[in-house]
Design a protein around this ligand. Structure first.
Ligand SMILES: Nc1ncnc2c1ncn2[C@@H]1O[C@H](COP(=O)(O)OP(=O)(O)OP(=O)(O)O)[C@@H](O)[C@H]1O
Ligand SMILES: [Mg+2]
Length: 369
């Protein structure tokens, strides 16, 4: 799978560019604040339909303009697709695949999977559970676009339920109204929980091997899914228990105006040699774990979709030690990678791999070789 070409108009600090990429390694060299991450963001958007660093599409439109455009040719062994995204400050976003507009996130399958490595990834271990839920959601959505649709619906219903809880004093029909919400929310919530559990089971299989390799068999990683809705093998059973838990918590929910039970409280717990990494892990152990998770995501996509994803390495390559660099570069023969660096010296690490080098300065791109 690879991105052959991208066109950007008024996308962040790019006014107009049209660039063909190498099917293996693409290195973007540039000083700070020149547009390296912006370009990776544009590539990512062709896969997910949204950015990996902003939830507001309008942020992406050039400060001085009203509209922005991304167009990309995506190719794999089976198909070629032309993905286009049009953003407008006053209108909803338009996404087109092969010139026909997609109407909902359910249809958002651009045929491009992307895994991003960025310095922010450490948050995945160190910060609160929202980071880990976002990680799960982004990964699963790539494998199953309908999951993303379910997440959006879940969040909408949750928001409405919480509003209802807050207005409870004025609302005589609260309990019967809540029943309607709870029936919907437990249905979608259960689908989300089942998908997350399935995903983490699969992820763990490849994490175990990769982590053993990265730590020379010295460390034992385990990973567990935390949800306040008890899991079972039976979907109806989960839904029933979940529904009853919502009922049980109703007094508390009304008191706080929020919903306590559900996948919006999920988390992942990582342990190394039986100790929780978030609390006891060293900086190095946390970095290794992040690398493990990302490489496992690459594996998972390859196993489930059949082709490797495109990999975006934002500012991380130069941070890795020799061993980990070697581990990563082994993939470079088979996948398309986009690497940002601030210093041309770093190019030496890519040795004889097939590569193109681009210099980026103030939203302008120049191919050097
Ligand atoms: N909507 C926008 N319109 C115009 N410029 C923008 C917009 N959003 C961000 N920028 C600018 O784009 C510039 C480049 O940002 P980018 O994050 O791509 O830098 P970078 O090359 O990755 O730098 P670093 O090495 O520091 O990570 C920044 O100066 C930023 O202010
Ligand atoms: Mg950057």
């Amino acid at each position: 799978m690879n991105v052959e070409n991208i066109r950007l108009i008024n996308f962040r600090n790019y006014h107009s560019i049209n660039v063909n990429f190498n099917k293996n390694i693409n290195v973007f060299i540039g000083k700070n604040a020149q547009g390296k991450t912006n370009l990776l963001e544009a590539i990512y958007m062709c896969s997910a339909g949204k950015s990996f660093r902003s939830n507001r599409d309008k942020d992406i439109i050039n400060f001085e303009k009203k509209e922005a455009y991304i167009g990309a040719n995506i190719k794999n062994e089976r198909f070629e697709k032309f993905v286009e995204i049009k953003l407008d400050r006053e209108k909803p976003k338009i996404i087109r695949i092969n010139r026909s507009e997609i109407k909902s996130f359910k249809e958002l399958n651009t045929g491009l999977s992307v895994v991003v490595f960025s310095p922010d990834d450490l948050k995945l271990i160190k910060d609160g559970p929202i980071e880990r839920r976002t990680f799960m959601d982004q990964c699963i959505s790539q494998l199953k676009p309908v999951y993303n649709y379910n997440i959006n619906r879940y969040n909408k219903i949750l928001f409405q339920r919480n509003n209802l809880l807050k207005s409870s004093r004025q609302n005589k029909d609260l309990l019967s109204l809540l029943d309607v919400f709870d029936m919907q929310i437990t249905k979608i919530g259960t689908s989300i929980i089942i998908e997350r559990q399935k995903f983490l089971d699969e992820l763990y299989k490849s994490c175990k091997t990769i982590h053993h390799n990265l730590t020379m068999n010295k460390e034992n990683l385990s990973l567990s899914y935390y949800s306040n809705v008890p899991m079972s093998n039976n979907r109806d059973e989960i839904e029933k228990v979940y529904f009853n838990l919502l009922k049980k918590n109703i007094k508390r929910d009304i008191e706080y105006g929020t919903t306590e039970i559900g996948p919006h409280r999920d988390d992942i717990i990582f342990n190394i040699n039986g100790k929780e990494v978030k609390i006891y892990g060293s900086q190095g152990q946390q970095r290794t774990l992040v690398l493990t998770l990302k490489l496992s995501e690459v594996d998972l996509i390859k196993n489930q979709i059949g082709t490797y994803p495109v990999v975006l390495l934002d500012d991380v390559f130069s941070e890795l030690d020799e061993e980990r660099r070697k581990y990563l570069t082994r993939l470079f023969n088979e996948i398309q990678v986009f690497i940002t660096v601030t210093d041309a010296v770093d190019i030496r690490s890519f040795g004889n791999y097939n590569k193109s080098i681009f210099f980026i300065e103030n939203g302008k791109l120049e191919k050097r070789c």
